[in-house]
Design a protein around this ligand. Structure first.
Ligand SMILES: [Zn+2]
Length: 290
């Protein structure tokens, strides 16, 4: 009965996380659409650039969604394969993002910027963007803390930077409108920086997984702390493992304080359950004992 309740809570959390990451996809989709449309109609290079930035955010939020979906699958059924497909897709989208950033930088920095044709449209789009990003990042941050989800927290922080980016675009549009195109060029540089930043984050994550990066120091220390509370462990020989996207695969080599094979097996199970319970991103624990 207890187990069933725990499983229910887990799957409820999971479906809520999935739901929130779908909202992020929807928001980035709407933002890229209205910014690119508004940028073209108003003639603002900064707003169009910010629209491309939202497109790169859309790619990032799609990969968060895929990560959350994969986290709920039984990994034994398809060992590691799917993670790498996800990361290959991420790798390709990172390069698409870099290319878009380069194109914008080239056009705006070495070309002539146009005067603002329609200030009302530009201002309307910026106002909507400011409102959506401000409210949504606050709400998502609160949810991320409730659900203890690092990927949602990172997304909330990112959308908060999108709020500041919109303010930069606002300054750029006003600068251009009042006859200072250099202000808009500077705004575009700031936005291009954020485009490259988004691309770089995606690329870093992808390469980490593709190269089977090992566990970070902090994770290993956390595992050590959990193991210290298990009296049946006589000695810890090694703690190793690897990352796969947001998930971790842990491998332990332990000396146990028992001669009974049955008991050793039970202890191993207890350890695995405890680690998984305290560390939600640990997907699998393999324990060798002697
Ligand atoms: Zn962004």
């Amino acid at each position: 009965m207890m187990e069933t309740n725990k499983e229910n809570v887990k799957s409820l959390n999971h479906s809520e996380k999935k739901q929130i990451s779908l909202y992020s996809i929807g928001i980035n989709f709407v933002l890229s659409l209205i910014k690119i449309f508004g940028g073209i109609v108003s003639g603002s290079a900064a707003l169009t650039a910010d629209g491309v930035h939202s497109l790169s955010d859309l790619a990032a939020s799609l990969s968060v969604y895929v990560g959350i979906i994969i986290s709920n699958k039984k990994s034994d059924l398809f060992p590691h394969g799917l993670y790498k497909v996800e990361n290959l897709v991420a790798l390709v989208s990172a390069f698409a993002i870099f290319f878009a950033g380069y194109e914008i930088a080239k056009d705006v920095l070495f070309g002539e910027t146009e005067p603002i044709k329609n200030l009302t449209v530009a201002m309307g789009v910026i106002a909507i963007t400011v409102l959506i990003t401000f409210l949504y990042s606050r709400w998502e941050k609160q949810k991320a803390i409730e659900l203890n989800s690092p990927s949602l927290l990172a997304d909330a922080e990112h959308i908060k930077t999108d709020f500041y980016t919109a303010l930069v675009v606002l300054v750029g549009v006003l600068g251009q409108y009042f006859g200072y195109p250099i202000v808009e060029k500077i705004a575009v540089v700031v936005v291009v920086y954020f485009i490259f930043h988004s691309g770089f984050e995606i690329l870093k994550e992808a390469i980490k997984v593709l190269l089977d990066a090992s566990l970070d120091h902090e994770t290993i220390e956390d595992i050590k702390d959990i193991l210290k509370n298990e009296p049946k462990i006589k000695d810890i020989i090694t703690i190793t493992g690897r990352n796969a996207g947001s998930f971790q695969f842990v491998q332990l080599d332990l000396v146990l304080n028992t001669d009974s094979l049955k008991e050793a097996h039970e202890v191993a199970h207890t350890i695995e359950d405890e680690i998984k319970k305290q560390m939600p991103f640990v997907e699998k624990v393999i324990i060798h004992y002697q």
